[in-house]
Design a protein. Structure first.
Length: 297
């Protein structure tokens, strides 16, 4: 058997999420914004999903946001972090600590799996998508948002340049992210039907870059790349990077932007009642005839 994929240190990620849990509400603006967007999308679906799974629930932001949308009667919440799962339990319903890479649920258990900003930390995303499809009922909905490749592009540029200047090389600091095309292909490979993936940016302005770093720490979103340098960042490197950030990106009021690219996935488990693509060559009209048809408007 091949060695398991290990991009992220999931044990370190769990510890950081545990540490962030008590004060997560002070830094949860991004999770709440994306949770609200997911809930709006769910409201647009003319279906009810009695039994749903919130995969990577943080401290219960999806449960707090849904407010009856989706016709959900029971929402099962799970998170890699026991401390976050314990806080999510305050919203009611079954709650447990569980790893997204090893889902402890029976086949065809859920009508809906929803996930808000957790799957970008999964080592084996193709394998996790297969597991999600497994636990969904036929014609079940998968709706998820994760961070994409343009996330924190400003910070990443400045850290890379500062480390090269101060230390003569680069160390793995930034998580590898998927893009829209990657996710579309992975959903199809996992056996989902009707996959749709789109991206949107959430821009946040900070008084200074240190406030951004504090928010990342408070969200449990700091570097968990397995091959990262084990020593702390040199003070000179960090100060150099923050100075570059301020110089290059500050607006006329001195505030600096931070860009979070959010990729949203919508897909269904296959079912015979779903709309199917037409068989190639089965069209009843010629495209050439349609394009050459006179316009009488």
């Amino acid at each position: 058997m091949a060695d398991p994929i290990r991009i992220f240190d999931r044990s370190l990620l769990r510890k950081r999420r545990d540490r962030a849990a008590p004060h997560f509400a002070a830094h949860d603006f991004l999770v709440r914004e994306v949770a609200d967007r997911l809930a709006d999308r769910l409201a647009d679906v003319t279906r009810k999903f009695p039994l749903a799974l919130d995969l990577g629930c943080h401290t219960g932001e999806i449960a707090d946001t849904l407010n009856g949308r989706g016709g959900i009667e029971t929402l099962v919440q799970c998170d890699l972090s026991p401390a976050m799962a314990a806080r999510a339990a305050a919203h009611g319903g079954p709650t447990l600590a569980a790893d997204e890479e090893w889902l402890p649920f029976a086949d065809h258990s859920f009508d809906l799996v929803i996930s808000c900003l957790s799957l970008h930390w999964v080592n084996d995303l193709p394998g996790t998508l297969v597991q999600i499809r497994r636990v969904l009922k036929p014609d079940g909905l998968f709706l998820a948002a994760m961070l994409g490749g343009d996330t924190l592009t400003e910070l990443r540029q400045c850290l890379a340049e500062a480390e090269i200047a101060e230390e003569g090389g680069l160390s793995p600091r930034v998580s590898p992210f998927a893009d829209v095309r990657d996710l579309g292909r992975l959903l199809q490979r996992a056996g989902f039907a009707l996959p749709v993936v789109d991206g949107d940016d959430v821009a946040v302005a900070y008084a200074d870059p240190m406030r951004l770093l504090a928010d990342l720490r408070g969200m449990g979103e700091t570097n968990a790349v397995a091959e990262q340098r084990k020593t702390l960042t040199r003070r000179a490197t960090l100060l150099h990077a923050l100075n570059l950030y301020q110089q290059r990106f500050a607006n006329e009021k001195g505030r600096v932007p931070a860009t979070f690219q959010v990729l949203t996935m919508t897909a269904w488990t296959p079912h015979p009642t779903q709309q199917q693509p037409l068989r190639p060559g089965s069209g009843q009209a010629s495209l050439a005839d349609v394009l050459n048809k006179p316009n009488f408007d």
